[in-house]
Structure formats: C-alpha cells, structure tokens
Design a protein around this ligand. Structure first.
Ligand SMILES: [Zn+2]
Length: 165
C-alpha cells in the first residue's frame, strides 16, 4: 500500500518555483500540473481541487477516483488509486470479491480475530499476527497463524501483480 501525499509533491514544486513538473515517486512516473489542476500517477489521471485560503494562498486536494471526495492523500493498491475510506481501513463499504487483494487481507484479519477478539490491522503493509494468548492450545494457534499467512500472502501476490483473476 503506497500513500500518495499531495502536499509532498507540491512542496517539491514550490522548492523549485514550479507550478507543473514531471516527478518520480519511487520508480513511479508522476506529472503534477497545478495550473491545469491534474495529476497523472502511473498513467492514471486524477483531478486536483484548488481551494482559496482566507489569508491568501491555496490548498490542494486530490479527487478520489472511487468516491469523488477531495482528499489530501490517496493510496495506490491493486494497480489503482483510492482514498483511505474507500480502501476500508476502518469501514468495509466496498463490495469485494475474491479477485480483490483486500478480500484476502480481510480474511487474514478474521483469522487474527480468532486469536484476539477485536484485533484490528493498522494497515496491510506488514503481517502482524498476535502472540498466543495464555490457555490457548499451540495446535489451535498454529492453525490460525498458518491460515493468516496464507491469506496475507495471497493478498500480497494479488496486490503486487495487479492481476484480476
Ligand atoms: Zn474514496
């Protein structure tokens, strides 16, 4: 999961007295144009919102291609861009299928919740399986842990490949 913070890109432009430029985010090609208000991230065009501030200057946002809301950050996953809310870090609003990497990560989280009720994944960047609680059989623990890693890797493979089955 790669976060795209618009401000970080704008800071680079400002530091060079530019309003538009080609940039690199890791190995990803980015074009940001604050005159025409768009960004191209890995070939995907995103509209940029410009808001005038009361005391002068502007604040910029990226429109989420999924829900259309103006956001300060978007996330790159499964070869697509969406906002934090659409990715469902805290809620699960998207209809997900077995072709979606997030589906598998959520299955992994469910396994972790069998170990620690109320377990929540902070993000999907690193696997984060809970320790064995006192009184739980190792056999039970290992069973859920194996499933967790199985799901997590499946999600990661899908995410890395970006291939829809
Ligand atoms: Zn969204």
């Amino acid at each position: 999961m790669i976060e795209i913070k618009l401000k970080a890109f704008i800071d680079v432009l400002k530091a060079n007295n530019l309003t538009k430029s080609k940039l690199l985010h890791g190995k990803t090609r980015v074009i940001l144009d604050l005159d025409s208000l768009f960004m191209i991230y890995s070939g995907q065009e995103i509209d940029v919102k410009r808001q005038s501030m009361n005391y002068g200057g502007y604040r910029y946002y990226l429109y989420c291609p999924n829900c259309g809301e103006a956001r300060t950050s978007l996330y790159w996953y499964c070869e697509a861009l969406s906002c934090r809310k659409c990715l469902g870090f805290h809620n699960r609003t998207l209809n997900r299928s077995k072709t979606d990497c997030v589906y598998y990560w959520e299955q992994a989280v469910k396994e972790a919740q069998k170990i620690v009720a109320g377990y929540e994944a902070k993000d999907y960047l690193t696997p984060d399986f809970p320790d064995k609680p006192k009184g739980m059989h190792w056999k039970t623990y290992y069973k859920h842990r194996a499933k967790y890693y199985q799901y997590w890797r499946k999600g990661e493979d899908l995410w890395l490949s970006g291939i829809k089955l």
